[in-house]
Design a protein around this ligand. Structure first.
Ligand SMILES: Cc1cc2nc3c(=O)[nH]c(=O)nc-3n(C[C@H](O)[C@H](O)[C@H](O)COP(=O)(O)OP(=O)(O)OC[C@H]3O[C@@H](n4cnc5c(N)ncnc54)[C@H](O)[C@@H]3O)c2cc1C
Length: 290
C-alpha cells in the first residue's frame, strides 16, 4: 500500500512567547533554526523525518541579538556561526574562532545557528567542548503549569553546557534563547579536530585553555570529545597541574599523559583517538612553556 506523505505545517512566530505558545499547542513539532541538521545529508538526500508541525525561528528578532557586558558575551541562539566568526578572532573568547573555522564550509556556517548546533539530540558538536571549558551557560525558556493558573506561564532556566546531554538537558518544548560566555582569564588556547585515517565518521575534538602568568601555569582546562557521547574532562588533573612552573617537567608531562590515558578509558575501542589526545595535550603544554 502506498504511504501517504503530508507536508508539515510551518509557523513563523515573531516572539519567543509566540514560539512557546505554538510549541505548547502542538503535540508533535520541531523548532527549525538554520535547518542544516534537520534538512539532513544532501548527498544521501536523507531528510530527517519532520513532525506534523515546524516552528521556524527565523523571524524571532530577540534571538539574533548579540551583546557584550562587563560579565561577558551574550549570544542569541539564532546567530549564525558565520556571523559569530565575523565578530573577529581578537574579540571572541579564546579558541572560539579556531573552533568555528573547523565546522563545515562557509555556506554551511552562513545558515547553521548556535542554537541549532547545541540543540541536536545525542550529538556533541565541535563547539560544545570549548563552550564547556569556557563555563558557558545556555539560557532556555519554556512553559510550565502553575497551580491556580489556567494557562501555563513562561519560565527561564540556565543550563551549563556539561548538562546538555544529560537528563537535565534540553526538554521537549524548551527553547534555547541565549548562550552566555563569561569574561575569561585565558591567554592561551587550542582547538584541534583530528579525523583518524581510514576510519570514516570518526573524529576527535581536543579543546584546551590555559592562563600563563609570569612563567607559571596558573590555570588550565581540557575537554575531549568524539562528537557523539559525553565530553570527557578531568577536573582533578586540571586542578593538580595549576600553579606549576613552565616549562613543565618531564614528570609533570608524564603524569598528565597518564591521567589522559585513564580519562579516555571509555574509548577502549578508539586507540587512535586516545593516543592523539595524549599527543595533543603534551604538545599544548610544550608550546605553553616555550
Ligand atoms: C555538510 C555539513 C557539514 C557539517 N560539518 C560539521 C562539522 O564539521 N562540525 C560540527 O560540529 N557540525 C557539523 N555539521 C552540523 C552543523 O553544525 C549543524 O547541522 C548545525 O549547527 C545545526 O544548526 P541549524 O541552525 O541548522 O539547526 P537545525 O537543523 O535547524 O536544528 C538542529 C536541531 O536543534 C533544534 N533546535 C534548533 N534551534 C533550537 C533552539 N533555539 N532551541 C531548541 N532547539 C533548537 C532543532 O529542533 C533540531 O533538533 C555539519 C552539517 C552539515 C550539513
Amino acid at each position: 500500500m502506498a504511504e501517504k506523505h503530508t507536508s508539515p505545517r510551518v509557523f513563523f512566530p515573531r516572539t519567543v512567547s509566540e514560539a512557546l505558545d505554538l510549541a505548547n499547542d502542538q503535540p508533535d513539532f520541531v523548532f527549525w533554526a538554520g535547518g542544516t541538521h534537520l534538512a539532513g545529508d544532501s548527498k544521501s538526500r536523507d531528510m530527517i523525518d519532520l513532525p506534523r508541525t515546524v516552528i521556524a525561528l527565523g523571524f524571532v528578532e530577540e534571538l539574533v541579538r548579540a551583546s557584550r557586558s562587563e560579565h561577558g558575551l551574550e549570544l542569541g541562539s539564532m546567530i549564525t556561526l558565520d556571523r559569530l566568526t565575523s565578530i573577529g578572532r581578537s574579540a571572541l573568547p579564546t579558541g572560539l574562532s579556531e573552533a568555528l573555522s573547523g565546522i563545515g564550509t562557509r555556506p554551511l556556517r552562513c545558515r547553521a545557528t548556535l542554537g541549532g548546533h547545541l540543540g541536536r539530540k545525542g550529538i556533541v558538536g565541535d563547539l560544545a567542548p570549548l563552550l564547556q571549558i569556557l563555563d558557558s551557560r545556555i539560557e532556555t525558556r519554556y512553559l510550565r503549569e502553575r497551580r491556580g493558573r489556567r494557562k501555563p506561564t513562561a519560565a527561564t532556566r540556565k543550563i551549563p553546557v556539561s548538562l546538555l546531554a544529560s537528563d537535565e538537558g534540553l526538554r521537549k518544548g524548551e527553547l534555547i534563547t541565549r548562550i552566555s560566555i563569561p569574561n575569561e582569564p585565558w591567554n592561551f588556547g587550542a582547538v584541534k579536530k583530528i579525523f583518524p585515517e581510514s576510519k570514516p565518521g570518526r573524529v576527535l575534538i581536543f579543546s584546551a585553555l590555559a592562563r600563563l602568568d609570569k612563567g607559571m601555569l596558573s590555570e588550565w582546562r581540557m575537554a575531549l570529545s568524539d562528537g557523539l557521547g559525553h565530553i570527557l574532562r578531568d577536573r582533578e588533573m586540571e586542578v593538580g597541574m595549576a600553579g606549576k612552573p613552565l616549562p613543565l617537567s618531564k614528570k609533570d608531562l608524564d603524569g598528565m599523559v597518564e591521567a589522559i590515558r585513564l580519562l579516555t578509558e571509555p574509548w577502549s575501542d578508539r586507540e587512535y583517538e586516545r593516543k592523539a589526545a595524549m599527543g595533543l595535550a603534551r604538545g599544548f603544554m610544550i608550546r605553553a612553556g616555550s
